[in-house]
Design a protein around this ligand. Sequence first.
Ligand code: GDP
Length: 444
Amino acid sequence: MAFEGLTERLQNAISGLRKKGKVTDADLRETMREIRLALLEADVNFDVVKDFIKTVRDRATGTKVLEGLNPAQQIVKIVDEELTKMMGEEAVPLNKSPKIPTIIMMSGLQGAGKTTTVGKLALKLKNEEKARPLLIAADIYRPAAIDQLQKLGSDMDIPVFSLGTDVDPREIVRQGLAQAAENHNDYVFIDTAGRLQIDEELMNELADIKDIAKPDEILLVIDAMTGQNAVQTAEGFDQRLDVTGVVLTKLDGDTRGGAALSIRAVTGKPIKFVGQGEKMTDLDVFYPDRMSSRILGMGDMLTLIEKAQRDFDEKSAEEQMQKMKENTFDFNDFLEQLSQVQNMGPMEDILKMIPGMANNPALKNVQMDPKDMDHIKAIVYSMTPEERENPDILNPSRRRRLAAGAGRPVVEVNKMIKQFNEMKKMMNGMMNGKMSPQMQGMMD
Ligand code: GDP
């Protein structure tokens, strides 16, 4: 996940203050120096860091912060507010045209994630608004770009307009728009070509497409892994195309994350979405305040909840809740829950969104091996329907049979059944209003 290093360094910088009842000027200077280094190390643009540090320092000294009761908390608050401001304050929605279709043009370097993002966004609109988008394949240079878009389209049941690789992209866009008008599509996405670097020919082509299509939205797709270069690329595209929004991709990767912090401040253009994985559902609206909380290690419960809502089948979740309440939750429900959790992505990443967990040392050792999940599933699959519904009948001889069936040792079967029973007990308690002290602590 992006920002790991930054979170750790920022927390270290601030933890020094936590121990002090009163903060001197020298303490503040030292903390600001560490915050500055942390940001620079995370690849945040130099000028952006300079402005940020100045603002935070002025606010911290200008107010009565230093005499406050809990100086560390007040400084975290200022840093949180200024980080949020740096990234744009509020989520900025997609521009929409008053009459159909809304035309969205993609731009960005090769490999940034344009084609993937077209798929993700089109799917999001289809799911959320029952939209009927048309995707125009205007990247005729990158080998397989058209095939990739066509495959995405057919997987998601979204039409793709293509004239192959021998027709000029400008002409493809003209004809694609005509088709969208004829078919009354409400959104049109134009997937354009990228290059390894910005060049004149590419910019001319994109500028021409802009003139022809008069897009309501020009999204610039930027790969967060490219660090400092991301900001230069953004400036280059923006100067020529006057983009209306940015999509930052690959924030799930091992990036230092500085691009997310600098792009808005340098270009003035809002980051509208972030890509956090290769799956078609791995696209999130960019909320500067939530991102700031995540960077400061304060967790991102709202995104976690939304993710759960999106990836979970609501009806089955409700049924499961009911069963937990009635204490009739069985191994069939357990299997279903396991596969839903697996859909959400790696367990370590999910846990990190919980407040206080991002830098929890305990988490460093949590490595949920997908194989463990598979073993658990294999054991459940070896059960008879009766055993799944009635875990209580699992006596030692049945357990031995399960072990043989799943190819796992009996101790593992025993452990799994024990965990299942404990989980069931805990969930039943929770559903009926009893919370463990740890859970209670998280909610406070
Ligand atoms: P394009 O040349 O700009 O159209 O780039 P593509 O859409 O083909 O993406 C290039 C590669 O990046 C593909 O392998 C995508 O699966 C991958 N990719 C795109 N967005 C993301 C993301 O948010 N996270 C991850 N991990 N990979 C991504």
